[in-house]
Design a protein around this ligand. Structure first.
Ligand SMILES: *Cc1c(COP(=O)(O)O)cnc(C)c1O
Length: 398
């Protein structure tokens, strides 16, 4: 039997309707969307523009403001590096937040190596950044502020609209990493007031390897210098032959989200609450991380005190979950997000992230809760009083 999949912040199962929409473009309609001389090219181009329209409509943007990329990591690189490169000389300061995804924080590190000054705002225990504190970091040299819409570990929803309004009063651009939010909760670029927004198909039941960047005003607005040079595709902002099947799948995923997201988020949020309730019945001393009244409906980040997450996951049969994010798990570093919200080392290492999806069923939730609780009880029983020292011996594996 397949394990119950509750790692939907790492990636989601492609919706069968998405896969179906892509197939013709993998088999018969394989033209290059840039080929202007024949029907293969025209059909591919029409498909790309259909996908662009679907995503634009989900985000409340104009089609000309959507740039397709190879994923959110690329969108983030393009928007942060591209905005810095397009900024006037003398503007060499950028601002972000401690709980951002590695894709943002690593670009910030790279900008700092290139001579930019980087300020990182802290968050409170629920993962919220204070708009006032963030605004105080802005100087006359600030190019841009990057603040995520939804956190990929604890689900906290950032006060992006408030921050964007403050930034605009100071003439500073705003980028938001909305990868975890788009397709799961209502995301509208006008309501948010952001200039740049990154998202990714595979986090919203679409295929891997395709993402998008919303650019206010499109390429003509001059907010960005391209970071990929070549054939001038995507109105010059992202050269390279577009991933036609991927873009069609992304468009279909956006269309489904627009139609079903509202009802679905209520249903999925109800199952998440059920999961936590059932876990708490078996294990009254667990703690739930994040901001309980401002978070993604499909996220639960739970600390099982006295049971290391790695051991729990080893003891647990048939549930696919993770500790920390998929990306930082590769490096086996303790989660920077959980550290930023003030968890001590023991709590950081004893935290499991659950991510639900539209495919999750109530039966799966009941089974997952029971298996998790049994695993935690087993792990705790094997480390009677000594678990605390075991935490200190636990070294990140290289
Ligand atoms: C997954 C994720 C990314 C990276 O997206 P890719 O499309 O895999 O490059 C960036 N930011 C957040 C918040 C994510 O969850």
């Amino acid at each position: 039997m397949e394990p119950i999949y509750l790692d939907n912040h790492a990636t989601t199962k492609p919706d069968p309707r998405v896969v179906e929409s892509m197939l013709p473009y993998l088999v018969d309609i394989y033209g290059n969307a840039s080929s202007r001389q024949h029907e293969y090219g025209w059909k591919a181009e029409a498909a790309v523009e259909w996908g662009r329209g679907q995503l634009a409509s989900l985000l409340g943007a104009r089609a000309g403001e959507i740039v397709f990329t190879g994923g959110a990591t690329e969108s983030i690189n393009l928007s942060l590096k591209g905005a810095c490169a397009a900024a006037p000389r003398g503007k060499r300061h950028v601002v972000s937040v401690a709980t951002e995804h590695r894709a943002v924080l690593d670009v910030m590190d790279e900008l700092s190596r290139a001579g930019y000054v980087v300020s990182i705002a802290p968050v409170d225990h629920s993962g919220l950044v204070s708009p006032e504190v963030l605004e105080d970091l802005i100087t006359d040299e600030t190019v841009l502020v990057s603040v995520m819409l939804a956190n990929n570990e604890i689900g906290t929803l950032g006060p992006v609209a408030d921050i964007a309004a403050r930034c605009h009063r100071r003439g500073v651009l705003v980028h938001t990493d909305a990868t975890q939010a788009v397709g799961h909760i209502l995301v509208n670029v006008e309501h948010l007031g952001v200039d740049l927004l990154s998202c990714s198909a595979h986090k919203m039941y679409g295929p891997k390897g395709v993402g998008a960047l919303y650019v206010r005003g499109g390429s003509g607005a001059g907010l960005l210098r391209p970071q990929m040079h070549g054939g001038g595709q995507e109105r010059g902002l992202r050269s390279g032959t577009p991933n036609v099947p991927g873009i069609v799948g992304f468009g279909r995923a956006a269309q489904i989200a627009r139609e079903e997201m509202e009802m679905e988020s209520v249903r999925v949020g109800g199952m998440r609450d059920l999961l936590v309730e059932r876990l708490r019945e078996a294990l009254p001393d667990i703690t739930e991380n994040g901001c309980l009244d401002r978070r993604l409906p499909h996220n639960a980040s739970i600390t099982f005190h006295g049971a290391l997450a790695d051991a729990v996951m080893m003891a647990m049969k048939g549930v696919a979950v993770s500790s920390g994010s998929a990306c930082s798990s590769n490096l086996a570093l303790p989660s920077h997000v959980l550290q930023a919200i003030g968890l001590d080392r023991e709590a950081v290492l004893s935290t499991v992230r659950f991510g639900l999806s539209r495919f999750t069923t109530a039966d799966e939730i009941a089974a997952a809760a029971d298996r998790t609780a049994a695993a935690v009880i087993e792990v705790r029983s094997k480390r009677p009083v000594r678990w605390r020292s075991a935490v200190n011996e636990e070294q990140p594996k290289g």
